[in-house]
Write a protein that binds this ligand. Structure first.
Ligand SMILES: *Cc1c(COP(=O)(O)O)cnc(C)c1O
Length: 378
């Protein structure tokens, strides 16, 4: 039996959790939260980070921070997880779905500008499979139309964008705000978990207040105010130290985890390259402005039937491959709210994309077994 995903524990998690317990404080914003936030800020050049209990929460914080009000419009790809849209729908925004690129499931940058109206407030690019959207193009559109950019970087830890200036920037460091996930299905995990990145200076103080239930408690503990109270709207977005301690153990092993995942990804690619040419099944494409963080290995089949055949062949050998993302514009909740535009690339990925098992403990032999089974499907 080969599962689709298997959460990896580095062995240090329990040590750090007991250390957190021994400090006598396991609620949020303590020693391990700071250690994790420092790690991300130092390693990736994020201006300020706040751990959250999920990427969903980080996205909801982003919607609060940019002041979404009923009637505001937010542009995002239809081919994404529901949380990307829910965060803004919860504040009353009208969601405007864009198509995916023909060569990659990420947002089709060229289609964005046509969707902008006087009510548009933000663009939310999703770095699908940890592969960058063309951020120069997106930031240029946003700057010209005075829009916020919120990166959904849920899958994009340790991945980069190479701009026209040749500079390599970490995904999550480019938009005004960015959101990461440490859900057990991502590269670096804490069960449930996430992070908000604040790159836009004017959001710094308010982000902390929203994070701490609408109070200035964080400033109080730094000694900046002599008492704390209710100063703005907010909620409980911060994780406990137990989650942060778990996450820190993962961060200490980030390079090891990434190296193994990249090795497995390359192995899939090489084993399937010739087959893909023969069958016209597409392998993941990494545009030259993006890097690969091996979050996901997927196939884009020719049609639903071919995908079903591969899923069945794998299932017969006890291997679980999955597909995802019913296009949000045609989902049960949103279908009737969509403006009727056809999003052809999005629908194609919904019908034809198949994700193969990808996790740290997957063995070389298992990848070989998976690819041999696939190659027998004509
Ligand atoms: C996983 C994921 C999310 C949600 O992350 P959670 O931490 O589970 O809330 C949001 N957007 C994308 C693109 C994701 O892949």
């Amino acid at each position: 039996m080969i599962p689709f995903n298997k959460p990896y524990s580095t062995g240090l998690e329990l040590t750090y959790i007991s250390d957190a317990l021994s400090t006598g404080k396991i609620s949020g914003n303590g020693k391990y939260t700071k250690k994790c936030q420092d790690f991300f800020e130092t390693k990736y050049g994020f201006k300020k980070t706040l751990l959250t209990t999920s990427c969903t929460d980080a996205l909801e914080m982003a919607a609060l921070l940019i002041g979404i009000e009923p009637g505001d419009e937010v542009i995002m790809p239809s081919y994404t997880f529901v949380s990307t849209a829910n965060a803004f729908a919860l504040r009353g925004a009208k969601i405007v779905f864009a198509d995916s690129r023909p060569d990659h499931p990420g947002i089709f940058e060229e289609s964005i500008e046509l969707l902008i109206t006087k009510n548009t407030k933000a663009i939310v690019p999703v770095h699908y499979a940890g592969v960058a959207c063309d951020m120069d193009v997106i930031m240029d559109i946003a700057n010209r139309h005075n829009l916020y950019v919120i990166e959904d970087a849920a899958q994009a830890i340790d991945s980069f964008y190479i701009g026209k200036d040749g500079i390599k920037r970490a995904l999550g460091s480019i938009g005004h705000l960015s959101c990461f996930s440490f859900h057990e299905t991502k590269n670096i995990i804490s069960g449930e978990g996430g992070m908000l990145v604040i790159n836009h200076e004017p959001f710094l103080r308010r982000a902390e207040i929203i994070w701490e239930k609408g109070t200035d408690r964080a400033a109080f503990f730094r000694g900046e105010v002599d008492k704390y109270g209710w100063v703005d709207i907010g909620s409980s977005f911060l994780p406990s130290e137990i989650i942060a301690a778990f996450l820190f153990a993962q961060l200490e092993n980030l390079e090891k985890i990434q190296k193994r995942r990249l090795y497995l990804w390359e192995m899939y690619y090489q084993n399937l390259e010739e087959y893909s040419l023969l069958t016209k099944i597409r392998l993941p494409k990494i545009p030259n402005f993006a890097t690969n963080n091996a979050h996901m290995f997927y196939l884009v089949c020719k049609n639903v039937d071919q995908r079903t055949k591969i899923i069945e062949a794998l299932k017969n050998e006890g291997i679980l491959a999955v597909f995802h993302y019913v296009s949000l514009h045609s989902s049960k909740y949103f279908g009737t709210k969509h403006d009727g535009r056809k999003l052809m690339n999005t629908d194609n990925y919904s019908d034809c994309l198949l994700r193969l098992p990808m996790y740290y403990e997957l063995s070389d032999l298992e990848v070989l077994k998976i690819t041999e089974i696939i190659k027998k499907v004509k």
